[in-house]
Write a protein that binds this ligand. Structure first.
Ligand code: AMP
Length: 399
């Protein structure tokens, strides 16, 4: 079965093609073809690589997203990156859909009703759901008869108990849909499954730390998500690359009184805060590390606030779970920063948790990095949202 995955963000469009032969493999396979469009450049840039090692980089002329997606798909069956003789060889297309609201608790086949529901949720995800719908639309035009599957980033958190999901504001707001939804669910769920496969059992009390440019934690008891740090929007919780995470809402009232309008507040909290806002050098931890090495006190402060935010939110998840058996690090920071992992783990030494320092430094991927004696296991899991989406397509096709 050949499965195309579309993962549309506000600034990038990522896509992969997988082939699953008779059964889901035990280890995540490499895609046959991977493509990315970066819309943020002056002229959108398309880059493609294939499993065989062929690559392509080109500017997309025209600038319309639909044209860009069309050109990206053409590289599947034309030119040096060709991996299909025809687009019609594709058996299913999976889409990452950021917001599934309260309705979608698992992946579903795309139908006109599903499209309508995703559109109705645009007010809750104004930057994401519209671009996700563009992807569905683009595929419907070129492959009208192929099964499309919507995989929701909120679905894994649909099991949050009311005490974790409801905000302490007047109840009527909850009735309007203002509640904790949680995000990054596709990867939190993937990490739950991957760590269960690596440990040969589902951990009883698991915290998954998705630390990328955006960042969130999930508290997972016996496989079910019971708490998470992101909320009604992806702004809540941990300090992130350019998002503030949780701050006193009184600060917003104060700034509104000072004349800030909605757009300025939105930009401030989502694009100009976090590591970037505090350090003044950028949202990427590598930039922060370089600035610290050259003596920047602000970069040092940004890192310290980041680590403190991570530790205190892990503490919250730990108490929600009543203890911890397995801790997972994933995402660009979680996978690549021994320092962030060490710092988070040091705060948990009172549980007896001990890292194996050599493993922690050895660029681990899908490995246990706790010492042999540690009662809490610690894993680094490479985020594979695209593969998680492909697996959902396979499962739905199999039903
Ligand atoms: P993601 O959103 O999961 O792709 O993560 C992107 C972020 O991961 C970047 O903004 C960096 O902060 C971080 N990152 C990626 N590679 C490294 C690295 N080698 N060392 C430290 N941080 C990294």
């Amino acid at each position: 079965m050949k499965i195309l995955v579309l993962n549309a963000g506000s600034s990038t469009q990522k896509s992969c093609l997988y082939e699953i032969l008779n059964a889901l493999p035990d280890t995540p396979p490499k895609p046959l073809w991977e493509a990315k469009i970066d819309w943020m450049q002056d002229a959108a840039m398309l880059s493609v690589t294939t499993q065989q090692g062929t690559s392509l980089e080109e500017q997309i002329l025209g600038g319309e997203r639909q044209e860009g997606i069309g050109r990206m798909l053409a590289t599947l069956y034309q030119g040096e990156t060709q991996v299909l003789s025809d687009l019609q060889e594709i058996d299913a297309v999976g889409h990452r859909i950021v917001h599934g609201g309260e309705k979608y608790r698992e992946a579903v086949r795309v139908t006109p009703e599903v499209v309508e529901a995703i559109a109705s949720l645009i007010p809750l995800a104004p930057e994401h759901n519209p671009v996700n719908l563009e992807g569905i639309d683009a595929i419907s035009k070129v492959l009208p008869d192929v099964m499309q599957v919507a995989v929701f980033d909120t679905a894994f958190h649909a099991t949050l108990p009311p005490a974790a999901a409801v905000y302490p504001i007047p109840y009527s707001f909850y009735e309007q849909g203002i509640r904790r939804y949680g995000f990054h669910g596709i990867n939190h769920q993937y990490c739950r499954d991957r760590v269960a496969a690596l440990q040969n059992r589902l951990p009883h009390r698991l915290i998954t730390c998705h630390l990328g440019n955006g960042a969130s934690l999930a508290a997972i008891r016996d496989g079910t998500c019971i708490d998470t740090t992101m909320g009604f929007t992806p702004l809540e919780g941990l300090m992130m690359g350019s998002r503030s995470g949780s701050i006193d809402p009184g600060i917003l009232i104060h700034l509104l009184r000072q004349g800030y309008d909605v757009e300025r507040l939105n930009r401030l909290l989502n694009k100009e805060s976090g590591l970037k806002g505090l350090s003044g050098v950028g949202n990427d931890l590598r930039q922060i590390n370089r600035a610290i090495a050259s003596g920047s006190d602000r970069a040092q402060l940004a890192l310290e606030v980041y680590l403190h935010s991570l530790q205190r939110h892990i503490g919250a998840m730990l108490v929600s779970l009543g203890g911890l058996d397995t801790l997972v690090f994933t995402g660009g920071v979680g996978e690549n920063s021994p320092l962030v992992r060490r710092s988070a783990c040091q705060a948990l030494e009172f549980l007896g948790l001990q890292l194996n320092e050599a493993e922690n430094e050895a660029r681990p991927i899908d490995r246990d990095i706790a010492s042999a004696e540690s009662p809490v296991r610690v894993f680094v899991i490479r985020a594979r949202e695209d593969w998680a989406i492909a697996q959902e397509c396979w499962k739905i096709n199999d039903e």
